[in-house]
Write a protein that binds this ligand. Structure first.
Ligand code: SF4
Length: 128
């Protein structure tokens, strides 16, 4: 949501750090980032990060070479820049798992140069 109050652009960000889901109204002013609506300081930290370098985890699935389990679920082992999510998703679209991997095994190292690995989140390939 965007609007303008006292000439400062206001953005509303929903904090996802805890289940409260506070709606935080943020304005970048000459005195710095001003926030309201958060129930704790973690919300301000989250909003500041979200406005400058938003990060996300990714959970998805990739293809395998095994007809009994043609796909296996995976996730990032850390957060990646939101702007790189599409590149990472495209790269994972090219991946074919050719070994019977288990939970925690690395499927792709340093995906797209992010420094984050893609790891398996299922034992499905171990128990066909
Ligand atoms: S601002 Fe604090 S209380 Fe509100 S959702 Fe974020 S972490 Fe939870």
């Amino acid at each position: 949501m965007h609007d303008t109050v006292k000439s400062f652009q206001i953005r509303e960000i929903v904090c996802i750090v805890c289940p409260n889901g506070c709606r935080i109204r943020c304005a970048q002013t000459p005195d710095g980032l001003q926030c309201s609506g958060q129930k704790c300081k973690r919300g301000v930290d989250y909003a500041a990060a979200e406005l400058t370098h938003p990060m996300r985890s990714l959970t998805t699935s990739v293809k395998t070479a095994f007809p009994d389990s043609p796909v296996v679920s995976v996730r990032t082992d850390g957060e990646i820049e939101k702007a790189k999510l599409i590149d990472v998703a495209k790269a994972l679209g090219q991946v074919i798992v050719e070994h019977r991997v288990k939970i925690g095994d690395i499927i792709a190292k340093d995906i797209c140069g992010t420094g984050v690995n893609i790891i398996c989140t299922s034992d499905r390939l171990m128990h066909p």
